[in-house]
Design a protein around this ligand. Structure first.
Ligand SMILES: Nc1ncnc2c1ncn2[C@@H]1O[C@H](COP(=O)(O)OP(=O)(O)OP(=O)(O)O)[C@@H](O)[C@H]1O
Ligand SMILES: [Mg+2]
Length: 601
């Protein structure tokens, strides 16, 4: 089967059929044929009904034969019968289309989503769009096919009935046709309106769903019990829910009003037409059978133009809005060469330099880093210290290529960071982020994800065990029912949970199994008990041997291990030097150190 590919292009109205067709050509064609036959059956029914009534009439006047009436009757039963059962045939193909859409479009969306630039995930607006596009792709594809074919079906039926009217009394056909135009315009507008309202609702929905998660989820269960904020948060949940409900209600009222308005206008018009049709019938220009069929057809037309068409067009505008979102999503920046694995070749690191780097987070106006310059050299150990929010973690994010919209230069071996491939950047750095991840997979895999190229190696357990020993977690893991194969977290059967500190040690093991020359440790001991912490410091000598380490910590005693300390304050480096030199300067670092020491004493 050909794989669906998300193209970097503006998706147009014809993609409403092209997308379902690429997901499942067979089901889409079958649905199209089913809808086409249904539309033709409806149009045919008008002619068959006219002929049936006329042949019965002729029979009653002893002018026709009974077999004629029987033939028309059978045809009438076929038309009506097909219209009744065809939707069941269609349903089977819709189920198939949905399944394949999930496999095809769903996969393409997930693939792209996992490779998006970091800033897109952080930005509220793009994050909302990503969620809108990736939510239930199977339903989206089903709706595209269903709504497009439905519109086609109504148009064929309307044109068919109008044509029959036109052939019989031409001016009534034209008049009815013209009056459909403003109604179509009304439907288009109301459809777009409806979709925009939905977007507005999504803004509230996400927030009340978040409160819902806090109120019922597992993550906050301890604090929920302790602080007993349930009542208060319930109110906040309810307010947002109400806001969303009111917007939905308004949208529904508008939609219903435009449907009612349309159908009222069409009812008046078609009733007038039926009355007018009496004249050519009385004159014998049209048969009484045709009069009955056209009168029935006219009222059918009312329902189609006044109700079904408004719904179909309005629903189709929603699908087109989805295509607009999809086009934006398809054009979103991917991390360049994101699929590349870290290069395993030994990298000869000389230095990393920040030259006059300033940085704002995307979509914000405040400079988080202000004209920062520093140099990090191979095989040396560095520490970054400073108050909360000073910008320490931000520096590590820039260094590892998560954001590339900075001013100034970041140079690795004298070459701008942006000119390196992702594979190379990945091969330079390893580390523990401050908000490190806790994977609900086995202990072994939790460590091995730090060095994916080792996952297939026969002696990988050996590496895992060594890393676990270094971070002081080996004995604990050996005491688990399945050793390093024990699943962690609550999603696997028999999964065990670690304490905060144990998780942190595991993240550390993941960082040190990676052979990258630069190791970034952002608060790697924050959750450790005092003994583990000082054991870890002892290990740092070993861990950092032959590597460049960047250590971020609020425990200023530990920064003694660094060759050079950078002190950050509100996005600027305000002091630089070794521990002793900084104490000697007697400024911010000395102050922070003294206040911590004083507290210990
Ligand atoms: N994704 C983000 N979007 C916008 N602003 C952010 C984002 N992440 C951090 N900030 C802001 O950037 C500033 C620096 O944050 P950063 O995490 O670098 O501080 P830090 O020095 O590591 O602090 P801490 O010691 O608390 O870890 C903070 O004021 C924070 O509000
Ligand atoms: Mg931080």
């Amino acid at each position: 089967m050909k794989e669906f590919r998300l193209k970097h292009k503006v998706y147009k109205w014809y993609d409403l059929l092209c997308i379902p067709f690429s997901c499942s050509p067979l089901s889409t064609t079958a649905i199209g044929v089913q809808k086409l036959l249904t539309a033709l059956a409806a149009v045919l029914q008008v002619i068959v009904l006219a002929n049936f009534v006329d042949s019965v009439n002729e029979n009653l006047n002893s002018a026709g034969t009974l077999s004629d009436s029987i033939v028309w009757f059978v045809l009438l039963v076929i038309c009506v019968g097909w219209r009744r059962i065809s939707f069941m045939v269609g349903r089977i193909f819709f189920v198939k289309l949905k399944i394949l859409a999930n496999v095809q479009l769903g996969k393409a969306l997930t693939d792209k989503r996992s490779k998006l630039q970091y800033y897109l995930i952080e930005d509220e607006e793009s994050w909302n769009l990503i969620n809108r596009v990736c939510k239930d792709p199977d339903d989206q594809v089903r709706l595209m096919a269903q709504r497009t074919f439905n519109l086609m079906l109504y148009i064929i039926r309307i044109v068919g009935v109008l044509y029959i009217v036109f052939v019989n009394v031409w001016w009534i056909g034209i008049l009815t046709g013209i009056s459909c135009v403003p109604l179509l315009y009304l439907s288009l507008k109301s459809g777009e309106n409806n979709y925009n309202r939905k977007k507005e609702v999504a803004h509230y929905e996400r927030r009340y769903q978040y409160y819902g998660d806090v109120l019922s989820g597992r993550d906050a269960v301890n604090e929920r019990a302790l602080f007993n904020y349930t009542e208060k948060m319930n109110h906040q949940w309810f307010d947002l829910y109400e806001e969303a409900r009111k917007i939905k209600l308004r949208a529904n009222i508008q939609m219903t009003a435009s449907i009612r308005l349309g159908s009222a206008a069409m009812t008046v018009l078609s009733s007038a037409i039926v009355v007018v049709l009496i004249v050519p019938t009385a004159r014998g220009d049209i048969s009484s059978g045709m009069f009955v069929a056209l009168a029935t057809g006219m009222y059918d037309l009312v329902n189609m133009v006044g109700v079904e068409l408004v719904k179909a067009v309005s629903q189709l505008s929603q699908c087109r809005e989805y295509l607009r979102d999809l086009s934006v999503f398809a054009a979103m920046d991917k991390v360049k060469d994101v699929d590349s694995l870290p290069e395993i070749n030994e990298f000869d690191l000389r230095d990393v330099e920040f030259r006059n780097v300033s940085f704002k987070y995307p979509g914000t106006t405040r400079d988080i880093l202000k004209n920062i310059s520093f140099k990090i050299e191979n095989n040396c150990h560095y520490a970054f210290v400073g108050t909360n929010g000073a910008g320490k973690t931000t520096i590590t994010k820039l260094m590892t290529g998560l954001y590339d919209q900075y001013k100034g230069e970041i140079l690795i071996n004298g070459k701008e960071l942006r000119s390196y491939s992702q594979a190379q950047i990945k091969s330079f750095f390893s580390g523990v982020y401050q908000d490190f991840a806790k994977y609900s997979i086995s202990v072994k895999d939790n460590v091995l994800v730090g060095a994916v190229h080792q996952m297939e190696q026969p002696d990988k357990e050996q590496y895992v065990n060594t890393a676990l020993k270094r971070v002081g977690l080996y004995e604990k893991v050996m005491s688990l029912p399945a050793g390093i194969e024990t699943p962690l977290g609550k999603i696997s059967e028999g999964g065990v949970d670690f304490s905060g500190g144990q998780w942190q040690k595991l993240a550390m093991a993941r960082a040190i199994i990676n052979p990258a020359p630069i190791l970034i440790l952002d608060e790697p001991t924050a959750a450790l008990d005092p003994v583990s912490e000082s054991d870890m410091y002892e290990e740092f000598g070993q861990i950092g041997q032959g590597k460049t380490t960047i250590f971020i910590s609020h425990r200023l005693g530990s920064t003694k291990l660094a060759d050079k300390i950078f002190v950050l304050d509100s996005g600027s480096i305000v002091e630089t030097g070794s521990h002793e030199e900084l104490l000697h300067k007697n400024k911010l670092y000395a102050n922070m150190y003294e206040s911590q020491r004083g507290w210990y004493n």
